[in-house]
Design a protein around this ligand. Structure first.
Ligand SMILES: [Zn+2]
Ligand SMILES: [Zn+2]
Length: 181
C-alpha cells in the first residue's frame, strides 16, 4: 500500500489522478491519508526544507509491513551538497526504505488550461514514480524516457513521460512480488 500525505493544500482531483498513476506503475493500492503539518524542525535558514529531515520527521499514518508513505509539499527542498555542489531537489527517498517526499516547487506552472494541468500532473506523476521507485530499491536509469532517469540530467526530455522502462518495471515488479510473499 502507498499512502499519500500532503504537507499543505493540494487539489483533490490532482491527488486522485496521482493515486491512479502510482497504482498503475507499481500495482499497489494507493490512497490519500490526509494532510499533515510541515515539520518545523526541518526548515533551513534560507526557508527551504531539509529533505532528509522532513522525510524522517513528518507525521505519517501507521505503516504496516511494506507500506510506503509519499509526502507532497509545495516548499523548496534542500539536500546535502555532493562533490559537484548541492543537487537540485525534486524530492528525496530513503533508498529501499518506507518514506519519500516530492516537492512541486520545481515543476512547470500548473496553469489553468486543461493542457497545462495535464502536463503538470504528468510531471508530478513522474517525480512520484521516481521516488517511490527508490523506495523499491530502483536505481537511476540511463534511459532518458524512464521515470528513474534523474530529473537533473541534461538528457531529460522537455516534457518527460511518467513511466518506467521495461527493465525498471520488471525490477520493481520483482521487488513488490517478493514483499507480498
Ligand atoms: Zn533519484
Ligand atoms: Zn529505467
Amino acid at each position: 500500500m502507498i499512502r499519500i500525505v500532503t504537507l499543505g493544500p493540494f487539489d483533490d482531483t490532482d491527488i486522485a489522478s496521482l493515486s491512479r498513476t502510482l497504482y498503475q506503475a507499481f500495482g499497489l493500492g494507493t490512497e490519500f491519508a490526509g494532510e499533515k503539518p510541515l515539520p518545523a524542525s526541518a526548515e533551513t535558514d534560507d526557508g527551504r526544507y531539509d529533505a532528509e529531515k522532513l522525510v524522517r520527521e513528518a507525521q505519517s499514518p501507521r505503516l504496516i509491513a511494506d507500506d510506503k508513505v509519499l509526502f507532497l509539499t509545495g516548499e523548496a527542498l534542500a539536500l546535502p551538497p555532493g562533490p559537484l555542489g548541492e543537487p537540485p531537489a525534486w524530492g528525496y527517498a530513503q533508498q529501499g526504505g518506507a518514506r519519500a517526499v516530492v516537492s512541486v516547487k520545481r515543476l512547470p506552472a500548473r496553469g489553468v488550461s486543461e493542457a497545462s494541468i495535464e502536463a503538470w500532473r504528468r510531471r508530478l506523476a513522474r517525480e512520484a514514480i521516481h521516488f517511490v521507485g527508490h523506495l523499491w530499491e530502483l536505481h537511476h536509469c540511463y534511459d532518458g524516457r524512464c521515470a528513474m532517469h534523474p530529473s537533473w540530467s541534461p538528457n531529460l526530455a522537455a516534457n518527460p513521460d511518467a513511466d518506467l522502462c521495461n527493465f525498471c518495471r520488471e525490477k520493481s515488479e520483482r521487488k513488490v512480488r517478493l514483499a507480498k510473499t
